[in-house]
Structure formats: structure tokens, C-alpha cells
Design a protein around this ligand. Structure first.
Ligand code: C2E
Ligand code: CA
Ligand code: CA
Length: 697
């Protein structure tokens, strides 16, 4: 055992008699005493009691207690720097501390020990190992502090009466934020029943009082706030249930964000309708049920693109919102799912519906969507329409993919049937579409190879002089297998698949070249499809054809139908004006078959009106038709415009239209469409060949 050589004798009491040396006193002291050199922070003395105590905490100490003298003071402390600061700061001494040491707690008194000159060169540490009881208390205290400081709100409840028995600091802070929603001030909640949060139903009380139900997580609404509660069981050392502990937080913002994400993932932001993903999920689930009867309606707006292009996306978006509302109005029955798949495509899922039910709904929707839409911002009345395709399960398939593609085929058929209508899927629709796809492929080839396509010409004759004033170019196609196919069949296909631009350019080119070779100086009339108008490409294409052929612009006449003007009216008229400005003439074809024929005459100054052949052919038997021919001829005269009667097949027709005042005539009586001289031999050969199934003219 080391002595205590540097200690001066100190005297106790006023009387100096029988004074014990300080050294002796430390030796016999029943508490630990150690001194530490503040220059080296090494322990330079430990009393016998210290050595005994060190033996009792030897596991944590990690060194042989007998070697303690000479060891750094740091062995007692996890944060040596802190300890050293304390030891060398006389103003903080004496210092009393209880420090954790492994499983134990050490009680520590630190005093400054001045040297003979009064300088604090050493420190005296008087210490003891805290009793087991103190250690336990200390441990509990430490845990409590930990829970108190935890960044989550913790609260305990008495299992017997459901009163709040403890709130940690975070709980108190959080409660003060939602104080307005509580019936009691937040600082007086301790001891209150947990019913202050919400009237706890009995089953929930039972849940809290039985640890077998725990842990348990729940969300409760408190006014506008949402609280997340996690209840766990606090148990005693013997495993007995002490009571529930609630870890909780206010998750209102998080819930709102979750809901928003959910909304974004499953709903269309523009219309609020279910999106494609949701629609597919519902369809899959509905078809997987044992009773998988349902109807699928595919809706495509007719003429939406025009609105969007003419008035801009804002108006287009507003219109889609209105369309969605109308769809909702008509699909109010529970279980019906209305969704927006993309752009102007919508889909409706009707559970337990058959063909008849779906058709009835489709009919109502077509009618509803044909009504004009009034966009309140500027009182603008917009008109669109809707085409609908229907497929039903199980009749048309029980797999989502099959059903979707069949509804799509039905939609295609509805559009092909003239739009603003609906079609129910039928197997022959599928074959027809397949056939169309094949024809499209062949037509593409024909255009690329310039084989099988011909332009025939039919004369248009002045009714008085019988002079041919113009020839109308009419396209003919000889399909390698099916023979001659009517333009009435393949022109719509070419429009649908985007071939019409190329086809139209080919026709213009042919027409101008042929006409440039005509010796009688007659004009050439070329038909232009709706899809060629409004895109801004027509004028350049025409210019191209004129330049290449050397044909004078006033010998070219473009024929547009009323229906072509219905689409993209603004852009179409702009294109027509460009053409007129080039000196090319423009004729209004099939007059009387479309809507608002007269309105078109007001909007554009046509050079010619062609009265549809149906009026002429019916005129001899139906007085109404004759009257119409007469009125149009009269109109033409007043406007200073040529009127052509089409479809003149007989002498009676001719006499009638002459009497009604038409200026020109066209029809089989005056000449059928004929190939040009250069094509004549080839056409004759094709028509006579084995593949010839139709008539060339
Ligand atoms: P359209 O412009 O009204 O052409 C007149 C149609 O009536 C032609 O039918 C013609 O052959 C037919 N026709 C002429 N005279 C008579 C007659 O006396 N009686 C009867 N019953 N019919 C007569 P086609 O050639 O079958 O053309 C049908 C439609 O296809 C044309 O109607 C036109 O809209 C379109 N079409 C033809 N060629 C072209 C083209 O090169 N481009 C475009 N975009 N469309 C074309
Ligand atoms: Ca025509
Ligand atoms: Ca016509």
C-alpha cells in the first residue's frame, strides 16, 4: 500500500492535541479516497477502502485495482476531457457528482488540494459505490429522462380508469399546439381521462385494458387534425401488465400528402375522374369475380381536336372538365366507374350490365354529349360529339386485354359509321378492321411503287354550248387481289391511316400533268379531302404540282365538300383563301348534303357550286328535289357563280336541270370517267384480267 508522502499535517478542531495525521485519517476512512496529480492526471494515492471498492467494480474498471496508483484518472470517465476541465477549475470545486459506471453508479466528491504555497496542484476524490437501491432509482431516473427527452410524444394511461398518468416533454409541446381542440388546457391534462382526445368507445377501452390486444396502432380525428396512436404494453419485472403506453403524433400534413399522392396516382388531375391505372385495376378485379358480367364503354369525342386547335388548350381543358361532369351525371348509379384514359378518350365500366343496358346508356351519352357546352367564362357555346364502342363480358371476352381491344374495335366502327353514334362489338367488325388494315398496307405499296393507281377524267359540260369546260379527276385503284376498289371505300381508309396527304399529292400531280397536255384548254377539277384541309400543306402541294407541270393556275379547280369545311373551319378557310390567292378556283362539292350549306357560301367566295347527284336523279320523280335544284341554280346566278348539276344520266335529267337554270352538267349521259390515253391500254388489260372483280368506271 502506498503512503501519502506529500500530504501536510492538518489539524482538526481548535485544539491541536491528539491530532490524527491526514494520511492516517484517509487510511482508516470507510469511504474511498484517492488523490490525483493535476499535472499528469494520474492517481497518486488510493486508500485501502478505494482498493476494496475497486475490486467490487473490477469488471467495469478493466485494470487490476492494485495498480490503480499511477493510472490515469480517465479510467473512471467516458469523457475524460470534461473530467479534466472540472478538476483544474477551482471555481467549480468542491464538486459532487453521481456518475454511471457500468451497471453501477459512483458517488463522487471532488475537492481541490492546494500545495504548501496554496496552489491547487492536486485533487482529492472521496467516493463510494452507490447502493443497489440508489443504482436502481438512478437507472429509472435515467430512463425517465430518456423518455422525457425523446423526440416522439409518449403518454401513459392508467389501465384501471384511463386517466393520463404521464406525459413526456414532446407530448406536452405537441399538446400545446393542438390546445384549442382540447376541452382542458394542455398543462392540466395529467390526471384527465383520455376521453379528452375523443370519446373512447368501450371496445377501445377493452382493447387498452387487455395486453393481449397490444401493440395496436390507430388513427383518430381530433377536429381538423389527425393523430397517429401506437399503443404498447408496459409490463413489470414479473411480466405483469402495468398499463398502456401511447406513442403518438399529429400526422395531419402527412395524411394530406398521402391523400394527394393517392389522388395523383389514381385520379386524373384535370377532370377528377379515375385514371387509366385505376380503370385497369377495377376492370381486372371485376373480371376476376365469379359474376363477371359487365359492360365496357369506350368514348371518344368527335371534333375535340378542332376545339383545342381553334380556341387553345385552356378552353380544351375546360371542355374536358364539362364532358367529365356530364358523364358523371349520367353514370350516377353505384358501382359505375367513369374514367379518363387519355386526351379526349373516356371509358366507363358498368357492372352487371348486358348489351341492351349498355346500349341504352350509350344512347343517352351520345345524346347528352351532342348538346352544346356553355363555357361560362366567355359564354362560348362549343359543340362536340361522341362516338362510343361497347364490349360486354362474358360475351365478348373475360380477359381485360380482349375486352379492351374489342371495345376499341367497336369504337372504330362507330367512328367509321359517321360518328356521334355507338356500336356494340361483333365478330364481323373485327374481320372488317383486319381487312381494312390489309388494304391500308396494299395502298401504301401502291403509292410507293406508283402501281395500280390511276386518275380517270369525267367531262363537265356547258349546258348551252356543249363545250367541255372542265374534267374532274377521279381516282381509281386496282388492288392486286380484290381488283378495282371504289374510292368511296379506300379514301376514308387513307384518311384514317394518314396516307391521304401522299395520295392527294399524287392526284394533284397527275391531274396537272395530264391537263397540261390537253389541247382544248379545259380546266381540271381535283377533289380534296377534309384531312388535306386546315394543315397548311395544301397550298404548297398545289404550287409544286403547278410548277412541275407548267399548268396555269386558272386551269386548276379544287373541289371541297361541305363536310370538309365542318372540321377545323378556321384553318380550312385560311387554306382555301391561300389557294384562291394563287389564282386557283375553288368549287363547293356535293352541295345540299351537309349541314348549313348556305352558311358556307357566306364564309367563302366559291367559284362554283356542284349540286349533288342525288337531287338531280330524284328531281324527275320528286318535286321537292326539282325545287331545290332550281333554288340553287337561282342562287348561283345571283352570286355570279357557276352551278353544275352532277349525276345527269338521262335526257330527262338534262332537260330538267336546264329548265331549272343550271349552267353546267356532269354525268354518265355526257361521259363516264375515263382513263387518260396513256393509261387506257393498261386499264383495259387489268379490267379484263382474272383479278377484275369490279368495274373501272
Ligand atoms: P364526287 O366528288 O362527288 O365524284 C363524283 C362521283 O360520282 C364519282 O364517283 C363519279 O364516278 C360519280 N358519277 C359521275 N357521274 C355519275 C352519274 O351519272 N351517275 C352516278 N350514279 N354516278 C356518277 P367515284 O369516282 O366513285 O368517286 C366517289 C367519291 O370519291 C367522289 O365523289 C369523291 O368524293 C371521292 N374521290 C374520287 N377521287 C378522289 C380523289 O382523287 N381525291 C379525293 N380526296 N377524293 C376523291
Ligand atoms: Ca367531286
Ligand atoms: Ca360531288
Amino acid at each position: 500500500m502506498t503512503g501519502c508522502p506529500h500530504l501536510a499535517r492538518i489539524e482538526i478542531g481548535e485544539e491541536p492535541q491528539e491530532a490524527l495525521s491526514f494520511e492516517t485519517m484517509l487510511e482508516i476512512l470507510p469511504v474511498g479516497a484517492m488523490t490525483c496529480d493535476l499535472a499528469t492526471f494520474r492517481i497518486d494515492y488510493a486508500n485501502p477502502c478505494s482498493i476494496r471498492l475497486l475490486h467490487s467494480i473490477r469488471d467495469t474498471l478493466g485494470i487490476d485495482p492494485e495498480t490503480i496508483v499511477g493510472t490515469s484518472i480517465d479510467v473512471f470517465h467516458k469523457r475524460p476531457g470534461h473530467q479534466r476541465d472540472l478538476l483544474t477549475d477551482p471555481s467549480r470545486l468542491p464538486h459532487k457528482a453521481r456518475i454511471p459506471f457500468g451497471k453501477e453508479w459512483l458517488d463522487l466528491h471532488i475537492h481541490a488540494l492546494p500545495d504548501s504555497k496554496g496552489r491547487p496542484t492536486r485533487a482529492l476524490l472521496v467516493w463510494a459505490v452507490a447502493t443497489a437501491e440508489v443504482a436502481k432509482e438512478q437507472e429509472e431516473y435515467r430512463l425517465l429522462r430518456m423518455i422525457d427527452d425523446m423526440p416522439v410524444a409518449v403518454m401513459t394511461v392508467d389501465a384501471a380508469d384511463f386517466r393520463i398518468s404521464y406525459l413526456n416533454e414532446t407530448s406536452k409541446r405537441t399538446l400545446s399546439q393542438i390546445e384549442d381542440l382540447l376541452p382542458v388546457p394542455s398543462d392540466r391534462l395529467l390526471g384527465e381521462s383520455i376521453d379528452v382526445f375523443h370519446k373512447t368507445p368501450d371496445h377501445q377501452r377493452r382493447l387498452l385494458s387487455d395486453p393481449r390486444n397490444l401493440p395496436h396502432r390507430t388513427r383518430i380525428k381530433l377536429g381538423p387534425e389527425v393523430l397517429d396512436l401506437q399503443v404498447s404494453a408496459v409490463t413489470g419485472t414479473g411480466g405483469e401488465y402495468i398499463g398502456p403506453m401511447l406513442t403518438w403524433s399529429v400526422i395531419t400534413k402527412q395524411v394530406a400528402a398521402e391523400a394527394r399522392i393517392q389522388q395523383l396516382a389514381h385520379y386524373d388531375t384535370l377532370t377528377g375522374l379515375a385514371n387509366r391505372t385505376t380503370f385497369r385495376e377495377h376492370l381486372g378485379a371485376a373480371l376476376a369475380r365469379p359474376d363477371n358480367r359487365l359492360a365496357l364503354l369506350f368514348i371518344d369525342l368527335d371534333g375535340f381536336k378542332i376545339v383545342n386547335d381553334t380556341y387553345g388548350h385552356l378552353v380544351g381543358d375546360a371542355l374536358l372538365g364539362r364532358v367529365a361532369n356530364r358523364l358523371r351525371e349520367h353514370c350516377g348509379e353505384p358501382g359505375i366507374l367513369v374514367s379518363r384514359l387519355s386526351g379526349d378518350e373516356f371509358a366507363i365500366l358498368v357492372p352487371e350490365a348486358n348489351e341492351a343496358g349498355a346500349a341504352a346508356l350509350a344512347e343517352r351519352l351520345v345524346a347528352a354529349l351532342s348538346q352544346p357546352f356553355l363555357l361560362h367564362e366567355d359564354e362560348r357555346r362549343l359543340r362536340v360529339g361522341a362516338s362510343i364502342g361497347i364490349a360486354v363480358s362474358p360475351g365478348h371476352g373475360t380477359e381485360p386485354e380482349a375486352l379492351l381491344s374489342r371495345a376499341d374495335i367497336a369504337l372504330y366502327a362507330a367512328k367509321a359509321a359517321g360518328k356521334r353514334t355507338f356500336r356494340i362489338f361483333a365478330p364481323d367488325l373485327e374481320t372488317r378492321i383486319r381487312e381494312n388494315v390489309r388494304i391500308e398496307g396494299k395502298l401504301r405499296h401502291a403509292l410507293e411503287d406508283k402501281t395500280g393507281l390511276f386518275l380517270f377524267f369525267q367531262p363537265i359540260v356547258d349546258i348551252r354550248t356543249r363545250i367541255v369546260t372542265a374534267r374532274e379527276g377521279l381516282i381509281r385503284w386496282h388492288h392486286p387481289v380484290r381488283g378495282w376498289i371504289s374510292p368511296g371505300e379506300f379514301i376514308p381508309l387513307a384518311e384514317e391511316c394518314g396516307l391521304i396527304e401522299d395520295l392527294g399529292a399524287w392526284v394533284l400531280d397527275r391531274a396537272c400533268r395530264d391537263a397540261a397536255g390537253w389541247t382544248d384548254g379545259a380546266r381540271v377539277a381535283v377533289n380534296v379531302s377534309a384531312r388535306q384541309l386546315g394543315t397548311g400543306t395544301l397550298a404548297p402541294t398545289i404550287l409544286d404540282a403547278l410548277v412541275r407541270s407548267g399548268l396555269s393556275p386558272d386551269r386548276l379547280e379544287i373541289e371541297v365538300t361541305e363536310t370538309a369545311l365542318l372540321n377545323d373551319e378556321v384553318d380550312s378557310l385560311r387554306d382555301l383563301r391561300q389557294i384562291r390567292d394563287m389564282g386557283v378556283r375553288v368549287a363547293l362539292d356535293d352541295f345540299g348534303t351537309g349541314y348549313s350549306s348556305l352558311a358556307h357560301l357566306r364564309k367563302f367566295q366559291f367559284d362554283k357550286i356542284k349540286i349533288d347527284g342525288t337531287f338531280v336523279r330524284d328531281a324527275t320523280t320528286r318535286p321537292n328535289c326539282a325545287a331545290i335544284v332550281g333554288v340553287v341554280a337561282d342562287l348561283g346566278r345571283r352570286l355570279g357563280v357557276t352551278t353544275v348539276a352532277e349525276g345527269v344520266e338521262t335526257v330527262e335529267h338534262l332537260d330538267l336541270v336546264r329548265a331549272e337554270g343550271c349552267t353546267e352538267v356532269q354525268g354518265y349521259l355526257l361521259g363516264r370517267p375515263q382513263p387518260s390515253a396513256a393509261d387506257a391500254a393498261l386499264v383495259a388489260a387489268l379490267s379484263a384480267g382474272p383479278a377484275a372483280l369490279g368495274q373501272a368506271a
